[in-house]
Design a protein around this ligand. Structure first.
Ligand code: FAD
Length: 318
């Protein structure tokens, strides 16, 4: 088996302006990869375009020993994965958030390094062993990897963010000149939904709507409550499939995983695939006309009744 230094590489997710909250949580997971009680040295890999504000933010993050930065105008998963695999050869562990970004990237990195991937990790047990949910979160698997490089995606809701100082704490920044072009892909354009609301995975409050709302127009009730509470909007897959909202708002096994302080489920039955994405929320409120709906099994507060009567009343009172 190849002998390589024990060190962790964390791939930084950002939008060229600021660090994603998921990255701060992946860095927290990285700090838990330890030998003899001490964290392995952590390198943050920052690839982006004119992203000095992200670099400045990153310099203030505690627990990083080195930043490796590379200027890429368009960092596609196709070329970024090759770069990570090359840089990552010197690391025993490579981590990224289990976000759309990380899920697009890390399987390619694992394939290029010819190792398995540890997906959606929720706890680090030791240098080679992690815990990850399986069967939509109904069971937890303890997985040991004997690969020389452990490639992992980190479930953000399972880790607290690392501390960010007011002033820079990291001096060691290495700039990479290597630019790898993707052979078969090129950047064409990007469309981003602009929203004043907080990001779904990191919001403190999430108000989600389901099929019970009946139409896209009625979904406004969910939006109004979210806005009153300064929260993000979520949805069940049935609501997304019915076209009430876009699919980037889907919560669940095949959507986003959230664990806000407050999750309000409106007209959502609570299928296991939906629960897989929200059951770790601190306080769960369910509004449903069916007292037998499974959502009530995980809810801390349940309102049994017609949402079209409850929601206007709630909106008035909040
Ligand atoms: P329904 O199950 O139809 O529930 C609607 C609820 O609204 C009912 O409980 C009803 O009592 C209530 N209601 C109706 N009218 C009113 C009213 N006027 N007032 C109050 N309550 C009312 N689902 C997800 O959400 N996320 C996922 O990521 C996901 N991934 C999946 C992956 C796979 C492989 C599969 C097979 C399924 C997945 N699903 C997922 C789908 C999931 O199984 C359910 O079909 C879906 O969650 C149901 O959405 P819903 O609760 O909005 O709809």
């Amino acid at each position: 088996m190849e002998n390589k230094p024990l060190a962790t590489l964390v791939v930084v997710e950002h939008d060229n302006q600021s660090l994603s909250a998921d990255t701060l949580r992946a860095l927290s997971a990285a700090s838990q990869i330890q030998q003899d009680g001490a964290s392995l040295p952590v390198t943050a890999l920052l690839v982006g375009h004119q992203c000095s504000s992200v670099l400045n933010e990153l310099k203030c993050v505690q627990g990083i020993s080195q930043i490796v930065a590379a200027e890429y105008q368009y960092a596609l998963a196709e070329n970024l994965s090759t770069l990570i695999a090359e840089v990552g050869r010197d690391y025993s562990h490579i981590l990224a958030p289990a976000s759309t970004f990380g899920k697009n990237l890390m399987p390619r990195v694992a394939a290029l390094l010819d190792v398995g991937q540890l997906s959606d990790v929720i706890a680090i047990e030791s240098l080679d062993t992690v815990i990850r949910p399986i069967y939509a979160g109904n069971a937890l698997a303890r997985v040991r990897s004997d690969d020389t490089t452990k490639v992992m995606t980190i479930r953000s809701s399972a880790f607290d963010a690392v501390t960010v100082s007011d002033s820079p704490v990291i001096e060691n920044v290495v700039t990479l000149e290597t630019v790898i072009n993707a052979e078969h892909s090129e950047f064409v354009s990007q469309q981003k939904a602009e929203s004043e609301r907080p990001e779904l995975p990191t919001a403190n409050v999430v108000v989600s709507g389901g099929r019970g709302l009946g139409s896209k127009e009625n979904f406004a009730l969910v939006e109004q409550l979210a806005d009153k509470l300064g929260g993000a909007i979520g949805a069940s897959r049935a609501a997304v499939d019915a076209g009430f909202v876009s699919n980037d708002l889907q919560v669940g096994q095949t959507g986003k995983i959230v664990a806000p302080q407050l999750y309000i489920a409106v007209g959502i039955s609570g299928a296991i695939q939906h629960l897989a994405g929200m059951k770790d929320s601190k306080v769960i409120v369910a509004i449903n006309s069916d007292p037998e709906a499974p959502i009530f099994q995980v809810a801390d507060y349940g309102l049994v009744g017609d949402l079209f009567e409850i929601m206007p009343e709630l909106l008035e009172k909040v």
